[in-house]
Design a protein. Structure first.
Lengths: 351, 383
């Protein structure tokens, strides 16, 4: 990581020596970083789509994609992506065109912006903000704005219902979600994602990793439940319930715009799994990270993909909740638990 | 957008029954909607997510079944009955040939009677499996759908081995059956039964014991016993309302009086009850098939019937217990080779009539579950 920062510094030094204004190298570096993240998100989302299809297939005694690309249909989601790219772009004639076009962009931008503060490995973080986790939660809740835009602008009753459900769900689940994240913040005494991971290094009693999932198991479970609701996964996928609302908010979208929604959904899944890993599972911490920092990336991804696997597992096992049960669960069960967890954590830390 | 929506057809009926206000919105569900199980169209009047009224529109699959029947001779009608309830064609054949046999006082050889019962009960299992799978799909559980289809596939394989067809068999004949079981079929059938019995606990683990699943379907779509009778409900819908009524036991036809089986009755009166009744019925069907395979007599499978079937003038009504409820065939003969009048009393049609009653005050998500619990087949409703 030092090599990277040294290269960046020498790049800055070089451009200053040549008399180029500071803004231009900064823009160049930002573009490079954004391209890397975008590339990662696209590849990761495609992988997740393929993975989800394989997992669902094996849960359901099927094979899933087996043909495209040869080995276990690995190229299936690339082929699907290409197909969606080439499809006709349809905007319903009675739709609000500007909002309709803007909605997938907003959803994807919100998903993308969250990646800025994810610590992928030791020092591998785009910007270690001192309010990292607050920023992440705030930016990821912008997704719902895009969903409401999509639902409203489609001029379709099913889409509107989906958007309304999504808004109600996001408002309800945001509260326990943030409360459950406050536990690790109190324990570590910082909101910076990088320092949160640093605080989870080492072990308790010599064998138990100092991950916050152990003292904060309640917080972790509350967070994970809310995270499922945040990315509209089963059992909380009521905004896009196929059997009720056909497809929910994106019912009128086709081609590339639909693909962007789809991509954003999986990008969001990775983002919430990354938050859970960072806050509760020790981020990139693991054996051999001190000797070989790059192995931290591997630990981080392993933990993230395990959580995503659990999310998929739940999706293909459970059924959907009803709207009122969803609200009951958020306000009557999760919120009191999250509050109790927060109070007890603060008391213990204060004593 | 919701305030000025024009209502496409049947406008007069709707404006008479319902007035759209600023707070309420109409949602047109179907005929192209993933959860209407075919081409049913529902007009839902919503107040937020709460359904204040629901009008089912049927007829998108109407094909003059009864009128066609009056222009065909008695044997030619058999393949048409397949298309009534295409998920339980054997049961449809069964009901129809029974009514013709009653009209002409035709005896049926015992082996054919046993074959009829075996195939009809296998069909009940297949039909309930498909119901369970699609019901899970309605509630957002995809996995149970594939599991159920795995077993249904085996039943279809059995039917294919018998009749050469997978969906529309036309296998029952007036006075017997078209063909005997092929060699090794009975062993194949026993194999299926031994495979199928442990599958029910597997489904239980996935859905029945799942608290989320129970939460979704308990206490919705309530229909108490007297109301169910008044609506003319039958089959699992009626038995879930606490009414102990099964034509196989209350009005035995064919050889059903020779078998021991229970009639599952639940008095929860809701979707959960209907789920349990159908789940239990699959187990009971297995029992009947086992007994029938055990006691399967040898001998002819087809009685001697005239080349041209010309029943004496008269009428006959036979009701049978199809997987969906009381299936009645009413035939009037004027002594010619074609029926003078041919009428089908279809169970799903009567069961669907109670939909509005059950849906009022429910949420949109419940609407899907309630509609699923009725177990409709549009081929039989629209005829």
């Amino acid at each position: 990581m030092d090599a990277v920062s040294r290269a960046v510094e020498s790049f800055y030094g070089l451009t200053t020596a040549w008399g180029i204004p500071w803004l231009i190298p900064a823009l160049v570096i930002m573009t490079i970083v954004v391209s890397i993240i975008l590339g990662y998100i696209s590849v990761a989302a495609m992988f997740l789509i393929w993975w989800e299809r394989k997992i669902s297939a094996h849960i359901q005694v099927r094979f899933g994609p087996m043909r495209v690309g040869g080995w276990h249909g690995w190229a299936q989601s690339i082929a699907d992506g290409l197909k969606l790219l080439l499809k006709e772009d349809i905007i319903p004639s009675r739709a609000d065109k500007v909002v309709f076009v803007l909605a997938p962009v907003v959803v994807f931008a919100a998903a993308l912006a969250g990646y800025v503060t994810i610590p992928f490995g030791p020092g591998l973080i785009v910007r270690d903000l001192n309010i990292g986790i607050l920023y992440m939660v705030a930016i990821s809740s912008l997704t719902v704005v895009g969903i409401v835009m999509a639902g409203w602008s489609s001029n379709n009753k099913y889409a509107t219902l989906g958007a309304l459900r999504s808004a109600a769900q996001a408002v309800s689940y945001e509260v326990p979600l943030v409360l459950s994240l406050l536990g690790p913040v109190i324990l570590a005494g910082t909101m910076s994602m990088g320092r949160l991971v640093d605080a989870q290094g080492g072990t308790w009693l010599g064998f138990l990793p100092r991950w916050y999932v152990f003292p904060q198991i309640v917080g972790f479970l509350v967070y994970f439940t809310c995270a499922l609701a945040e990315c509209n996964r089963l059992p909380f996928d009521i905004p896009e319930a196929e059997s009720e609302l056909v497809a929910g908010f994106h019912v009128e979208y086709s081609g590339m715009r639909f693909a962007i929604f789809f991509l954003a959904e999986y990008a969001n899944m990775f983002a919430v799994a990354a938050i859970a890993t960072t806050m509760f599972l020790g981020g990139w911490q693991g054996p051999l990270t001190t000797q070989l920092p790059l192995i931290g990336v591997l630990w981080f991804l392993l933990k993230c993909y395990f959580l995503i696997f659990v999310m998929m597992w739940l999706r293909w096992t459970l059924n959907r909740l009803r709207v009122d049960q969803l609200m009951d669960f958020a306000w009557k069960v999760l919120l009191p638990i999250a509050f109790a967890n927060l109070v007890i954590t603060s008391l213990v830390v204060a004593l | 957008m919701s305030m000025t929506t024009p209502i496409p057809i049947g406008t007069q009926v709707i404006t008479e029954r319902l007035g759209e206000t600023m707070e309420e919105m109409y949602v047109n569900m179907g005929p192209q909607h993933p959860s209407t199980h075919g081409v049913l169209r529902l007009m839902l009047k919503l107040d937020g997510e709460v359904i204040t009224d629901c009008i089912p529109y049927i007829g998108y699959l109407h094909r003059c079944h009864e009128k066609i029947g009056e222009n065909r001779n008695y044997v030619q009608i058999i393949p048409y009955t397949d298309r009534l309830d295409y998920l339980a064609s054997m049961a449809m054949n069964f009901g129809y040939v029974l009514s013709v046999e009653r009209l002409m006082n035709q005896e049926v050889p015992p082996r054919a009677e046993y074959m009829r019962v075996i195939l009809a009960e296998l069909q009940r299992i297949a039909s309930h499996l498909l119901w369970l799978g699609t019901f899970g799909l309605d509630l957002g559980n995809f996995t149970i759908f594939i599991y159920c289809f795995r077993e249904r596939e085996m039943v279809l394989d059995l039917f294919e081995a018998v009749s050469g067809q997978r969906l529309n068999y036309a296998f029952y004949r007036i006075g017997g059956m078209a063909m005997d079981f092929p060699d090794g079929w009975i062993e194949q059938c026993r194999e299926f039964l031994t495979w199928f019995k442990p599958r029910i606990p597997e489904y239980d683990a996935l859905v029945t014991d799942n608290i989320l699943f129970q939460k979704r379907i308990r206490g919705i779509g309530v229909m108490d016993g007297p109301t169910a009778v008044n609506y003319g409900l039958s089959g699992p819908m009626l038995r879930a309302s606490g009414i102990n009524w099964d034509l196989r036991r209350n009005d035995p036809y064919s050889v059903y009086d020779r078998f021991e089986f229970n009639v599952p009755v639940f008095d929860t009166c809701d979707v959960w009850g209907r789920f349990l009744v159908r789940r239990q019925e699959m187990i009971e069907s297995v029992k009947i098939i086992e007994q029938a395979l055990e006691g399967l007599p040898s001998g002819d499978i087809q009685a001697k019937v005239p080349k041209t079937i010309k029943p004496a003038a008269g009428q006959a009504y036979v009701r049978t217990e199809s997987p969906r409820g009381e299936l009645g065939f009413y035939l009037v003969s004027d002594g010619t080779p074609k029926p003078y009048r041919y009428k089908v009393r279809s169970p799903a049609f009567c069961n669907l009539s109670a939909l509005t009653e059950m849906m009022r005050g429910c949420l949109v998500a419940d609407a899907v579950a309630i509609l699923g619990s009725v177990d409709i087949v549009l081929g039989e409703i629209d005829r």
